[in-house]
Design a protein around this ligand. Structure first.
Ligand code: LCS
Length: 392
């Protein structure tokens, strides 16, 4: 039988009708622990000699269904779920790097990822270094003997800058350095970095994977060997696990991922075109606009352009604040990928923790506004932005 298509996998992967009752929807196994038949079985499970559940921090059947589904969608061997995107990122990086190691990153990162790498890791002897990964020579120059990870966010939050994954992976393979890609903004429907040779995928499942703005979660996809390694070390011993109900909500969300993301992309394209044509708007950052500097790369690397865009209005921070304070349909809120349109100010919200100099070097200016375009009628979102821009 040929490999099922993406929509089919989104519905079916990881889903096995409950053998006891026939329940089609995966049950919520709301239990902290699992009973062993005897002491020998418990010992065998702890030793990894027998498959089976032990304790829900390490694994749970509802969570397993989610892990199987995301692995199938990303085209990876195995998945691992966490209670938030940051729990997933920290567990993976604490697994891959240790004191004395060096991590190379793309220049623009989500605020807390930046905080983890630049505020937390240095206390444990791990140094992170941002570099323009699209500049092959700059990447080669920055790689050292102790470089253990290349960490990439593409598109970057919030500037929408892209990294050419194929180019970075080629250099990484020459040096045998694992490449981790945060695929939160695209979701596997629009971008599958494992197919290009990346080693690990990260998701803030809070975003498009959930899609409904009602749950936090994080996911990793990678080789069976390493996913088992993370499960048995930095998931088990740090404990950033997801709970079964949150996993169940994410399973439900994933079933409609492709239809939602398709519509998010269509809506965002219309909104981006509107903003681009508006006289009060200085700049629009959306990879689907033909004059986006990396439009060609976007078309090559991604199967669509996603639902997030950023823009700057004329009049800088004051005008930007006025727009944010004038929207009526869009919600002034962080997060993204929800059915609801969300508008926020990165410099004072999601990326406020980044030192000013670093923030400006990432082009996260005081006037930048980020919009996660929701699933409302695009005309309504546009009307809302139109009336807000008129307030400037
Ligand atoms: N990676 C990216 C690209 C993100 O945008 C976020 C959260 C995370 C990781 C962390 O995931 P979490 O722990 O929140 O599930 N981004 C947020 C944002 O832009 N606004 O609020 C959260």
């Amino acid at each position: 039988m040929k490999k099922p298509g993406f929509h089919t996998l989104a519905v079916h992967a990881g889903q096995h009708p409950d053998p006891l009752t026939g329940s089609l929807a995966t049950p919520i196994y709301q239990t902290s622990t699992f009973v062993f038949k005897n002491a020998e079985q418990g010992a065998a499970r702890f030793a990894g000699e027998e498959e089976g559940y032990i304790y829900s921090r390490i694994g749970n059947p509802t969570v397993t269904a989610l892990e199987e589904k995301i692995a199938a969608l990303e085209g990876g061997e195995a998945g691992l779920a966490f209670g938030s995107g940051m729990a997933a990122i920290s567990a993976l990086l604490f697994y891959l790097a240790q004191s004395g190691d060096h991590i190379v990153t793309s220049p623009v990162l989500y605020g807390s990822t930046h905080g983890l790498l630049h505020d937390v890791f240095p206390r444990y002897g791990v140094k992170a270094e941002p570099v323009d990964l699209n500049d092959e020579q700059a990447l080669r120059n920055v790689i050292k003997e102790n470089t253990k990870v290349i960490y990439v966010e593409t598109p970057a939050n919030p500037t929408m800058d892209l990294v050419d994954l194929a180019k970075v992976i080629k250099v990484a393979k020459e040096h045998n350095i694992p490449v981790v890609v945060d695929n939160t903004f695209m979701s596997p429907y629009l971008q599958r970095p494992l197919e290009l040779g990346a080693d690990f995928i990260i998701h803030s499942a809070t975003k498009y994977i959930s899609g409904h703005g009602d749950v936090l979660g994080g996911l990793i996809v990678g080789s069976k060997e390493h996913i088992t390694g993370v499960r048995r070390t930095t998931l088990k011993d740090i404990g950033g696990n997801i709970d079964p109900f949150a996993a169940w909500l994410l399973l439900r969300g994933l079933k409609t991922l492709p239809v939602r993301v398709q519509r998010h992309s269509e809506n965002a394209m219309e909104v981006a075109r509107f903003l681009k044509s508006h006289p009060a708007v200085l700049e629009v950052y959306y990879p689907g606009l033909p004059d986006f500097p990396q439009y060609d790369l976007a078309k090559e690397q991604m199967d669509g352009f996603g639902g997030v865009l950023a823009f700057e209005v004329k009049g800088g921070v004051d005008a930007g604040r006025k727009v944010i304070n004038s929207v009526k349909l869009c919600h002034v809120a962080v997060s993204l990928g929800d059915v609801d349109s969300l508008i926020e100010h990165p410099a004072s919200m999601t990326h406020a923790g980044i030192p000013l100099e670093d923030r400006l070097s990432m082009n996260i200016t005081d006037g930048l506004i980020r919009l996660s375009v929701g699933l409302e009628d695009p005309e309504d979102i546009i009307d809302d932005l139109k009336q807000a821009l008129e307030q400037i």
